[in-house]
Design a binder for this molecule. Structure first.
Ligand SMILES: Cc1ncc(COP(=O)(O)O)c(C=O)c1O
Length: 362
């Protein structure tokens, strides 16, 4: 692989972050960029100032959605160390997504090294408050101008960085969820297990209608029978029953979440009965009626754990744990965030340190 070219902005003032960062609104000074064409493969890696992208109106991904992306985080720990959480797994998933939509794969080790370089250059943008973090958005899109439906010949791989605030600035707050049987997010053998824009476009209307009815998000059922539970919003789902903790098994239409994977590993370490199996919405309702439903929570990089306090399916309204976060939900949230911020030993080797170097002009 070629060496990275640098075009570093000269900063004349210190980075001052607002008190409340929100999500995805603020971007750091620099981005990583790399090009692909058939002759040279992936080439031209560079770190340069963030600026608008120039593109021809016929750029292929705008028309046919041939793109993939990831979402992961870096944290500044109390010691001052900067760490990435399971970046290897995120770039491996990016490659899995790419394969499904005919995008050429990237070299995972090179991508991690490039990301570390970029973070080092923009390290003053990483918030230090507990709960805040640096959100990382790698993405690849078909970049040549052509209006025929076929895989693009040229691609761009970009990594953007965005300082983000804690998901629960006012404390862990359960969400209100509507089970939708009117819309589906994805189908087996389709794109569901792939992090590609089409899945998110498919989810917007259901989410918007749920919000209009006073809900936070929707719970997705399977795309064929609308019977089996799949995901909640843009999170994987865990259903904590009296004698087992169930998460739907990966079936091709569910995104294999990295947080899902971490939660399963932690629950196994805690010797809890975690089972990956199909579970229908009717089983969930039955269990609730029998008083055997302890809690339901979503898992994802943004929120880590999100408790479901209220769940509505057709005319059935369920209040879970009196609308309060479940004990296990909070315990898992604390466990994972403690690993992020270096408050607990990382027994699983999930943390990837970013070696810090002095950068001139920062
Ligand atoms: C559809 C969907 N499901 C699940 C997840 C959770 O995945 P992860 O834990 O890797 O963030 C995400 C977020 O990336 C998502 O977009």
């Amino acid at each position: 692989m070629e060496t990275i070219q640098y075009n570093i902005k000269e900063r004349t003032s210190k980075v001052v972050l607002p008190e409340s960062l929100g999500f995805g609104k603020i971007f750091t000074d620099h981005m990583f960029e790399m090009d692909y064409n058939e002759k040279n493969g992936w080439h031209n890696p560079s770190i340069r100032p963030v600026e608008d992208l120039w593109m021809h109106p016929a750029t292929m991904f705008i028309h046919y959605g041939q793109a993939v992306f990831e979402g992961l985080k870096a944290f500044k720990q109390k010691s001052g160390d900067i760490v990435l959480f399971r970046a290897d797994k995120h770039f491996e998933r990016l490659n899995n997504s790419s394969r499904r939509v005919c995008i050429p794969e990237i070299d995972v080790d090179f991508a991690i090294e490039a990301l570390k370089e970029l973070i080092n250059i923009d390290k003053n943008w990483i918030p230090t408050k507990h709960g805040d973090s640096l959100y990382i958005r790698p993405f690849i899109y078909g970049s040549d101008p052509f209006l025929g439906v076929k895989p693009a010949k040229e691609y761009k791989f970009i990594i953007l960085l965005s300082p983000v605030g804690a998901y629960y600035p006012e404390g862990f707050k359960p969400v209100k969820i509507l089970v939708t049987d009117e819309y589906v997010r994805a189908v087996r053998k389709g794109l569901g297990e792939c992090k590609t824009p089409a899945n998110y476009a498919a989810s917007l209307l259901a989410g918007q209608e749920a919000v209009k009815r006073g809900f936070t998000q929707v719970l997705w059922l399977d795309g064929v029978e609308q019977k089996y539970i799949e995901e909640v919003g843009t999170m994987n789902i865990f259903i904590n029953l009296k004698d087992e903790i169930v998460t739907p098994k990966l079936n091709g239409s569910i995104l294999p979440g990295i947080t899902r994977r971490s939660v399963i590993e932690i629950l196994k370490e805690w010797k809890m009965n975690i089972v990956e199996r199909d579970i229908t919405i009717n089983e969930l309702v039955d269990t609730y009626e029998k008083g055997n439903l302890v809690s339901v929570f979503g898992t994802g990089t943004a929120a880590i754990i999100s408790s479901v306090g209220w769940l509505t399916f057709k005319n059935k309204q369920m209040i879970l744990n009196d609308g309060k976060p479940g004990e296990l939900d909070v315990k898992l949230f604390n466990e994972i965030t403690s690993i992020h911020y270096g408050l607990k030993k990382d027994k699983h080797n999930w943390i990837i340190p970013v070696e810090q170097k002095e950068i001139v002009n920062l």
